[in-house]
Design a protein around this ligand. Structure first.
Ligand code: HEM
Length: 326
């Protein structure tokens, strides 16, 4: 069986992460173009048609279902890649399997959402599950590029605690955001039910959550600067801060301009960027000592070359266990 080097697998996980991020935005496009019930049936488009007819809404919904197909292939490749990666690592295999389970869950939940005429609770759950999937992909990507040693905190303990609070605050921001959407005009179809809340009120709660999240992030940047933290942690915190500020600007602009669909799409992409940034910020506070396994990349050809005496192969500097399933 073919083997996959750690660096190729890391590249594969980058692709999977992008695929998961992109489908969140294309899924949002279905809602924003009012095409949520373009294909009113599932898994076929309509009761008597497997694929969409030449109709705008049917096409939009159907293309998104095809994007789902691409994401499904990507996560299956992640499992296969983790399996044939050498050294094989149990944590990577399990995370990749988690992605497959998440995509299956999303396909079923997406189908149920259509069958229940885009009930806002289901639309909300569909979006939030996609962020869980994105987080899993980000953790997989992070681990794929690091040695399998236990993580060591690379900053002051207070910053780690603060970052956990930030993850919680970010979760409150996205949950309240989906409630604003569920009470606003972009339900995915004119027949879609809406939450019985005033969008102005839910947007106010969402805005307050954002302010708290922003304040915590400013605090984190200041704490990292003060403690002279390693550049990666500070860089990721600064990226997060910039993403929140930009996203808040889009949020207020769309709020005061009657939530035009194009701006809401930008806000949705911004939410994916902010979520990615906060997860990456958290992951960047830890490091795994030991040489990266990518060292295997140049050791493997030497080993497989029978003309090279084994004594010519340099001793490994990695502390990574190489046994399968480690
Ligand atoms: C960190 C900054 C922010 C994040 C991460 C964020 C995230 C989100 C998310 C995840 C949604 C739901 C998207 C969906 O269900 O498709 C949303 C919707 C919304 N957000 Fe934000 N948001 C942020 C800042 C703001 C701010 C400052 C405002 C201003 C009040 C705002 C106004 C809105 C509005 C009006 C909607 C509903 C849009 C619609 O009709 O679909 N957001 N936001």
């Amino acid at each position: 069986m073919r083997r996959l080097s750690p660096s190729t697998f890391a590249l594969l996980t980058t692709g999977v992460t992008w695929a998961v991020a992109v489908i969140i935005v294309t899924g949002g496009a279905v809602r924003l173009t009012g095409s949520g019930l373009g294909c009113p049936d599932w898994p076929t488009c309509t009761q008597d048609r497997l694929v969409a007819a030449w109709d705008y809404h049917q096409m939009v919904e159907f293309v998104n279902r095809m994007v789902t197909g691409i994401v499904s292939v990507a996560v299956i490749l992640a499992v296969l890649g983790a399996w044939i990666r050498r050294p094989r690592r149990r944590d990577l295999v399990l995370l990749a399997c988690g992605l497959v389970a998440g995509v299956i869950g999303q396909i079923v939940l997406g189908g149920i959402t259509v069958l229940f005429d885009l009930a806002p609770q289901l639309v909300m759950a569909h979006f939030l599950l996609s962020l869980v999937l994105l987080s899993t992909a980000l953790v997989l990507r992070d681990r794929a590029g690091a040695p399998p040693t236990p993580p060591v905190v690379a900053v002051a303990d207070d910053v780690v605690r603060l970052s956990r609070v930030m993850l919680f605050a970010a979760s409150v921001v996205v949950v309240t955001g989906t409630i604003v959407t569920g009470s606003g005009p972009h339900g995915g179809d004119t027949r879609a039910q809406r939450f019985p809340f005033l969008p102005t009120e839910t947007a106010r709660v969402h805005g307050i959550a954002v302010t708290v999240f922003l304040a915590l992030t400013v605090f984190a940047v200041a704490a990292l600067r003060r403690s002279g933290a390693r550049p990666q942690a500070l860089r990721r915190a600064t990226v997060l801060l910039a993403a929140i500020v930009a996203q808040a600007a889009v949020g207020y602009t769309q709020y005061f301009t009657g939530v035009p669909a194009a701006l809401v799409a930008v806000h949705l992409a911004g939410a994916v960027a902010v979520w990615t940034a906060v997860v990456r910020f958290h992951l960047g506070l830890f490091h795994r000592p030991g040489a990266p396994e990518t060292i295997e990349r140049w050791r493997e050809p030497l080993r497989s070359n029978s003309n090279v005496p084994t004594s010519a192969v340099p001793p490994t500097t990695t502390s990574a266990p190489t046994a399968p399933g480690s």
